[in-house]
Design a protein around this ligand. Structure first.
Ligand code: NAD
Ligand code: ZN
Length: 254
């Protein structure tokens, strides 16, 4: 449950959301933390990045050096995600059927909570899809384990998960749409992200510069976005705060 201080801030944030014509949500790994999916930068317990070298597991060079290991790691993440259930934060967001969800998450927990696929902009791709490294062959709904294999279409490239790796460009149309939303918005709700992965993180600056109010939800008081970028910082878990924040409101994006 939110503390008293947070309760006051929640009221201020609700007021701000009620006044807003247009709102969007920008989320990160923290939104899925209460569903048991490890974030990458938390210093607590299970942070993925603390156990593996990110450049080996999430870059094209790492994949080419050791494709079997990278595939195994994605299989492990897929099984973890396959078992995961949406939490109260996902459900509160999904109830806002006219709110666009810009997310860095590669899981489909917003969709599992009932958000329509067209509402969700997956900036960093989705883990439940694959594509060929050489041709434009793609696979969706791939299930949770996938052995390393070459493409059945061109018989040349490896099949890889359709997530954006370090050094790769974001999917262009999704990026453009996310940017456009953030340029034309009254409030940006920033949930569970350290906002340290660029260019995605620059969306908070885009929104702020054109005058949007930034509301952050993060349990870490030292989170850089909370400090440098937010007008209202709600300190706590998104599964606790989002249901209180959004109850009875109808939020719209453009
Ligand atoms: P991050 O790991 O850098 O930051 C997570 C943030 O969430 C931290 O600031 C942390 O304080 C906060 N947090 C932790 N528990 C929370 C909770 N219960 N409620 C609200 N906030 C909470 O994650 P990021 O900013 O999303 O960037 C990491 C990159 O890793 C992204 O590109 C993303 O694609 C990828 N990633 C995705 C998943 C997923 O799909 N679920 C999981 C891990 C990493
Ligand atoms: Zn191919």
């Amino acid at each position: 449950m939110a503390s008293n201080t947070t309760q006051k801030a929640i009221e201020a944030a609700r007021h701000c959301l009620q006044q807003a014509q247009t709102v969007a949500c920008f989320s990160g790994a923290g939104l899925s933390a209460e569903s048991g999916i490890a974030t990458f930068r938390d210093e607590e317990t299970d942070a993925l990045w603390s156990r593996y070298d990110p450049m080996e597991l999430a870059s094209i060079d790492g994949f080419m050096r050791n494709p079997a290991m990278v595939t195994d790691w994605y299989n492990w993440r897929r099984s973890q995600l396959h078992e995961a259930k949406p939490n109260a934060g996902h459900r509160a967001l999904a109830e806002q059927t006219e709110l666009r969800q810009i997310t860095q998450n590669v899981d489909n927990l917003l969709e599992k909570a009932g958000a329509l696929p067209e509402q969700v902009l997956h900036l960093h791709g989705i883990i439940d899809a694959n594509h060929c490294m050489h041709c434009d062959y793609t696979e969706t709904d791939v299930g949770h384990t996938q052995p390393l294999r070459t493409c059945p279409n061109c018989n040349n490239g490896y099949i890889r998960p359709s997530v954006v790796w370090f050094g790769e460009s974001l999917p262009e149309l999704i990026w453009q749409e996310s940017y456009r939303l953030c340029e034309n918005i009254d409030v940006l709700l920033v949930v569970g992200t350290s906002a340290s992965v660029y260019p995605a993180a620059s969306l908070t600056d885009v929104a702020r510069k054109q005058g949007a109010t930034i509301i952050t939800i993060n349990p870490d008081p030292d989170n850089p976005t909370t400090i440098s970028n937010s007008h209202i910082a709600l300190q706590g878990k998104s599964g606790d705060i989002l249901p209180l924040l959004l109850k009875g409101l109808t939020l719209r994006s453009q």
